[in-house]
Write a protein that binds this ligand. Structure first.
Ligand code: NAD
Ligand code: 0WE
Length: 256
């Protein structure tokens, strides 16, 4: 018997086999869960579909979270396929690349709204739609954050502001759903070389510095974030909600 045998999960935010969401999906699959996946566009469908099928998933749904109809259709499809939901993974963020450098004051109103819409509002919007499917069944929602929410990280700018709002949203929804059998938490992951990270200038240097700074003298992997995600999504963490759980080889505890 796996840790999540018989449970149903929806994974939002796989782009390829390097995605943090894929690390979480693999851990859930290993421990017996039944998985559904969303993809943001047709280009990514070509990546996501074979990955999902490789672990026996038959529910693969288009969902661009900037579109209300996509989110409506997505949760209707999950309800049709599963008749309920136990675990929801939100692993989605986006900001204009040109605004992920330099000073926060160079963020445009449009760029701010885009980052907040895709990276924060989407978490609230999908949780709202998941609520009727998840209530009353000891279910769990997680999202992915980053330390730039709490402290200044060079060039993280508007995403840092968005992640701060995301972490606050975790706390508010933890209370909203507190008595409904739905827990809400975030994993704050250390830097990992994913597609989203690849778009960032000097990411290699960042990885090297994180490696040096961390107590464990190495960077975290998607497998490790996956196993921590498994814990937060499963009944092993039944007393945990509203928490921001660091999975970062300890970098966040260092002063200098
Ligand atoms: P990734 O590129 O593999 O995943 C990001 C996902 O966001 C992609 O699947 C992309 O399709 C999706 N996405 C973007 N816009 C979307 C939209 N409009 N609709 C639907 N999906 C959309 O990169 P990742 O690093 O795995 O990122 C996943 C999460 O982890 C993000 O929230 C990111 O902020 C967070 N995170 C990443 C790191 C890191 O260093 N890689 C560290 C901490 C937290
Ligand atoms: O949350 C993130 C990255 C999110 C992200 C990445 C991109 C790149 C491509 C959001 N939007 C975009 N838009 C694109 O066009 N991380 C935690 C990884 C990350 O990003 C950084 C980091 C780290 C770490 C940006 C600057 C500094 C550090």
């Amino acid at each position: 018997m796996g840790i999540v045998s018989g449970k149903k999960a929806l994974i939002m935010g796989v782009a390829n086999e390097r995605s943090i969401a894929w690390g979480i999906a693999e851990a859930l699959h290993r421990e017996g869960a039944e998985l559904a996946f969303t993809y943001a566009n047709e280009t990514l469908e070509k990546r996501v579909r074979p990955l999902a099928e490789s672990i026996g998933s038959k529910v693969i749904i288009p969902c661009d979270v900037s579109r209300e109809v996509d989110m409506d259709n997505c949760f209707n499809a999950v309800n049709d396929a599963f008749g309920g939901l136990d675990m929801l993974v939100h692993s989605i963020a986006f900001a204009n690349k040109e605004e992920l450098k330099g000073m926060l004051i160079n963020t445009s109103r449009e760029g701010f709204q885009l980052a907040m819409d895709v990276s924060v509002y989407s978490f609230i919007a999908v949780s709202k739609r998941a609520y009727p499917l998840m209530k009353g069944r000891n279910s769990s929602i997680i999202t992915l954050s980053y330390h730039g929410a709490r402290q200044y990280i060079p060039n993280y700018t508007v995403m840092g502001v968005a992640k701060a709002a995301l972490e606050a949203s975790v706390r508010y929804m933890a209370v909203d759903f507190g008595t409904e059998g739905i827990r809400v938490n975030a994993i704050s992951a250390g830097p990992i070389k994913t597609l989203a990270a690849m778009g960032i200038g000097n990411f290699k240097d960042m990885l090297n510095r994180a490696e040096e700074k961390s107590p464990m003298k190495r960077n975290v992997t998607i497998e490790e974030v996956g196993n921590s995600g498994l814990y937060l999504l499963s009944d092993l963490s039944s007393g945990v909600t509203g928490e921001i759980h660091y999975v970062d080889t300890g970098i966040n505890i260092m002063g200098n």
